[in-house]
Every structure is written in C-alpha cells, then in structure tokens.
Design a protein around this ligand. Structure first.
Ligand SMILES: [Cu+2]
Length: 358
C-alpha cells in the first residue's frame, strides 16, 4: 500500500518514469549541439599540429592579381569591381577632388592677398570696417550651394548602397576576437572559420604558412569567403564580442560588426578574382591580424565549393529535410525548437571544427 501511495504521489507531480525519459533527450540535445561550437574558437586561435591533415579544398583558389583587390603601393582608391564602387570612386576622384582643390586654392590665395595687402607696415591706421552685407550673403550662400551640390549625388549613392536589391546569396558575417566566421544560411547553413595565415618563421615545421599564392602578409587568410560573380550577395554582419568592421576596399564596402545587432550591406562583383580587406574597427590586441579574403568565382565553381563544404546550392532540397521531424505527440518539449534548426546548428559546428584546423 505504501508503494502504491508513493506511485500515486509521483504521478500527481508528473515525475513518472515515462515523463523523465521524455525530458532527457530534449535537454541533452542542445548541449551536444552547443559543445563543439563553444570549443571551436579555442581551436581556431590555437592551431593544432594536425593542420596539415586537413583535406584539400575542392576548388583551386586564385592567386592575387597585382593591383586588383590588393594594395600595391599606389596612392588613392583601389580599382573598384562593383557598380556602386565605380560610381563612388568616380565621384570622389572627379567632382569632389576638383571642388576640394579649388576651395583650398581659393582660400590660400585669399589668405596670401590679405596678408600682403593689409600688412601692418602698409596700413599704419587699420581699417575699422566690420560689416558688408553683400560679402556676408555671398559667404553664406556659396558654401550652402556647394554642400547641396555634394549632398545630392552623395545621398543618391548612399541610397543605392543601403537599399539592397533582392539577394541571390545571403551570407552572415560574424566578427570574433580575432577572426571571422562566415555562415551560408541559403546553402544549408554551414559555417567557415577564417584565420590569418602566419608567416613561415612563425609556425612550427609541418604547419601551413602563408605563401604568395595565398596573398600578401597580414592579408592572407586560411579560408576565403567565396561568393559568385555577377550575383547580388547580401551580407548580414554582426559580432560575438566587441565592435569589428567588415571592410573590403575594392567593393567599396565597410560595415560595422556590432554585438547584438544585425547590419546589412550588399555587393555585386563583376570580376572574378581574389580581393582582400581587413577588420577596420579597433577591436583589441590582434585587431591588425584579422584579414578578410574574398574569392569571387563563376556560379558553377561556387556551387562546387558549396557542395565541398557540405552545403546545398540555393533552391536545391537540403539533405537535412530528408530526416523526418519528431512528431509533436512523441516529444512535446521540442515544439518550440524545430528539428531542422537543431540540424542547422549542429552542421556548422562540424564544418567549423574541420576548417579551424587549416
Ligand atoms: Cu576586429
């Protein structure tokens, strides 16, 4: 009777063996998914000896083209490979520079004229003139007109830059101290971890180091952000720790990566190649060591690369959908967390662990 009493009491508070069994897998699953993700950044910052055992990439990355997408000692803005970049660079190199030079020259000449004409030796009794209505109107109206002339094309350019057309590919860019991760939510949700490539003298024998084919010192990365040529690529940019900035000069792209916030920008690159950028927000001790290397490839190559990372081309049926979801009746506790989401979390973790070894 005593046992019966205990059984009734346990059933009343819902702690029957059956309900305990149902809770266990659901609470354990997020932990299993989260563990590799948490461990990966540590692996990424401290390369392991197994680095050389990583599989070769399925596509051959291009070597940088001197003068394109990479600083080569020239002064001025890098050659632009997006329409927005070309328009902005032309605006900067044309009207803006001409206006700046003209205004600087005018002010310099005016200063020189005033210094000579109104010098003390030539004017023992200084003029007491303090107002001149015409001059005051001119020096108010002319600067306003100059600013309006600059503002109209600038605002048009900003509107183009910050109103993304419908995206062909969406990539989530995440800044971390001090490396980048790139997620491809349209292509199965896999994730790439991109670290700086160290110089030969900085790594133990047998480990991967930077070569000229990877890119210049401080700009070469072990994993490149791969995007298709001629397609609208939307970047959703955020950070896990402090403020970073995702900047690629040849695309005219610079956007802050702010923790807890999603910023958005886009590019449509019309030239195949490799382009380099850097974190452009002072983010800590290794701020100068988190380069961005972007490989722009034809769409077929992009799809092959996606497949090599375990992803699926956009529009294709993701392999994760083949797994039947747990029915709500069998696992009521999972109702708020779809099975597909959990698979999407687990899959980047596997890719992250693999790529972190490079
Ligand atoms: Cu940074």
């Amino acid at each position: 009777m005593k046992l019966m009493g205990w059984a009734i009491a346990l059933a009343a508070i819902g702690l029957t063996p059956a309900s305990l069994g149902a809770q266990t897998p659901t609470s354990a699953a997020p932990q299993a998914a989260a563990t590799p993700v948490a461990a990966a950044p540590a692996d990424a910052t401290v390369p392991t000896v197994a680095a050389t055992a990583a599989p070769a990439p399925s596509i051959v990355f291009a070597a940088p083209t001197p003068g394109i997408g990479v600083p080569d000692g020239r002064k001025g803005i890098q050659d632009q490979v997006t329409e927005v970049g070309r328009t902005a660079a032309a605006f900067h190199n044309g009207p803006l520079l001409i206006m700046c030079a003209a205004i600087s020259l005018f002010v310099l000449l005016l200063l020189g004229y005033t210094m000579v004409k109104f010098r003390r030796s030539a004017n023992p009794i200084p003029s007491r003139t303090s107002h001149n209505t015409l001059i005051e109107v001119i020096w108010t109206v002319v600067p306003v007109l100059i600013l309006v002339a600059i503002a109209i094309p600038s605002i048009r350019l900003l509107r183009t830059q910050y109103s993304p057309p419908p995206a062909d590919v969406t990539i989530k860019v995440i800044g971390n101290q001090w490396y980048w991760t790139y997620q491809y939510p349209d292509n199965g949700g896999f994730e790439i971890v991109s670290n700086i490539l160290k110089e030969k003298s900085e790594v133990p024998a047998g480990q991967r180091f930077r070569t000229d084919a990877d890119g210049p010192p401080l700009l070469a990365a072990d994993e490149r952000l791969v995007i298709p040529v001629g397609k609208v690529v939307k970047f959703i940019i955020t950070s896990t720790d402090v403020i970073h900035a995702f900047a690629i000069p040849a695309f005219w792209t610079k956007m802050d990566a702010t923790p807890g916030r999603l910023n958005e920008t886009w590019v449509k690159v019309d030239r195949v190649g490799v382009y380099f950028g850097q974190c452009s927000e002072l983010c800590g001790a290794r701020h100068g060591y988190m380069p961005i290397a972007v490989e722009v490839v034809p769409e077929a190559t992009f799809n092959a690369w996606i497949a090599s990372k375990g992803g699926t081309p956009k529009g294709a049926k993701p392999s994760t959908e083949a797994t039947p979801a747990v029915t709500p009746a069998a696992a009521p506790a999972t109702a708020g967390t779809p099975q597909a989401d959990r698979a999407a979390i687990a899959q980047p973790a596997l890719n992250q662990a693999a790529t972190a070894q490079n």
